[in-house]
Design a protein around this ligand. Structure first.
Ligand SMILES: [Zn+2]
Length: 406
């Protein structure tokens, strides 16, 4: 493959530069006109802002209804009613899981995400059907994005027969991580739930990513059990906790939990939820960055049987993160952009350097060839304006331009 010479782009909104990229990494950065384009495909960046590509590290490609006629939300108020609403309706979708997941992943890539971690529900009702749909989407876009798949027991592990075996089969069939969910509230047997999750991880040599919506002391208790198993199995750097609403509390127990999260290098993912004073849901992003905790952003479901939110655009979700965090300062809003891009990349690959407040990685010589060019006077302006004019590069090749896949 010929290298790509991106002309006239501004890394993180700085001075204009030309950037030479091959399939593996950024190879050279120089003042405009100073890098030879010989043998390279030259592309005019037109003064756009060069960023690491977006990383959606918490999405449910199997449940999406993007691209289908809109259906009013019929879920109830509880998490269980959402789970059952999905179960009652997903088979009546107008297109197959594979078609819906492929379309949605394409929309995500077109808008700048080239690193994705998707959950795929595995349960007694759907077996591996949803998982196989996500596998098909990953395969359809294998030249445009890197996709990790989590075998996700959305309906619990021990409420219905055969789920551990299905999870085992998913892990033998291409799943990259094993998931889990609210071990106290769903299975109502946290030890058994987490022992099954970590046993599967240990046997298959895969990472763990657990949905933890449980709040307050119940959530901290479940988190403690996760940390205990992470330590016992030597899985530091290979465990993620999604949502982690209990860490949004300002209670004293949170300090101790965060210390251990940092020590065991457990990654966190957030979907930028809006909490309230009495029920906080928003992770303390700045504090996580100061502590060196890996944190990434995701879109969760997209126009599905859970909620109408989500449209594949991680720049919009970055706007939501900055909004729900209550940020107005440019440096803080840029931190959100760093979380949505490099933060997620470090959730997927723990060997990458981690973020810190004000650190703007991902666009220097040697950094991965996963990049996006967005429009805006500054990075903060790009978040506020969210222009659809974008260039998206995966493995050094342009895979989408101005909302269209290549
Ligand atoms: Zn989720």
């Amino acid at each position: 493959m010929s290298p790509t010479l991106l002309r006239n782009v501004r890394p993180w909104g700085g001075d204009a530069r030309d950037v030479l990229i091959d399939a593996d990494a950024i190879r050279e950065i120089g003042a405009p006109g100073t890098i030879s384009a010989e043998g390279a495909v030259a592309v005019d960046g037109d003064g756009g802002i060069l960023l690491p590509s977006f990383s959606d590290v918490h999405v449910h490609l199997d449940s999406t209804r993007m691209g289908l006629p809109f259906r009013p939300n019929t879920a109830g108020d509880t998490r269980w009613s959402h789970i059952m609403n999905d179960r009652e309706n997903w088979r009546s979708a107008e297109r197959s899981v594979a078609d819906r997941a492929t379309y949605t992943l394409g929309r995500m890539i077109a808008q700048g995400a080239t690193r994705v971690r998707s959950h795929a529900q595995v349960d007694a009702d759907s077996g591996l059907e949803k998982f196989e749909g996500v596998l098909a989407a990953r395969d359809a876009h294998r030249d445009r994005a890197s996709v990790e798949i989590v075998a996700f027991p959305q309906v619990g592990i021990h409420l219905e027969d055969g789920v551990p075996d299905l999870l085992d089969l998913a892990l033998r069939s291409g799943a990259d991580l094993i998931g889990g969910i609210d071990p106290c509230e769903i299975d109502r047997d946290p030890i058994r739930h987490l022992d099954t999750v970590f046993d599967l991880a240990d046997r298959h040599g895969v990472g763990v990513d657990i949905h933890l919506h449980e709040g307050g002391s119940l959530g901290l208790f479940s988190l403690d059990l996760i940390l205990e198993r992470t330590r016992a199995l030597g899985m530091a750097g290979r465990v993620s906790v999604s949502h982690a609403f209990s860490l949004a509390d300002r209670s004293p127990g949170v300090d101790r939990a965060l210390e251990q999260v940092a020590e065991l290098d457990v990654a966190l993912t957030t979907i930028a939820p809006k909490g309230s004073l009495t029920v906080p849901l928003d992770l303390p992003i700045e504090r996580l960055l100061e502590t060196g905790v890996r944190v990434g952003l995701g879109m969760d479901g997209q126009r599905d049987y859970w909620s109408p939110w989500g449209d594949g655009d991680m720049l919009e979700r970055t706007w939501m993160l900055a909004f729900t965090q209550g940020f107005s300062r440019d440096d803080l809003i840029e931190d959100c952009l760093a979380v949505a891009t490099w933060g997620g990349a470090s959730v997927i690959d723990a060997t990458l350097p981690r973020l810190a407040p004000g650190v703007r990685p991902g666009v220097a010589v040697g950094d991965p060839a996963e990049l996006v060019v967005v429009r805006g006077d500054t990075p903060t302006a790009a978040v506020m304006d969210r222009s659809s004019e974008r260039l998206v590069l995966h493995r050094g090749r342009i895979v989408a331009e101005n909302d269209d896949l290549r």
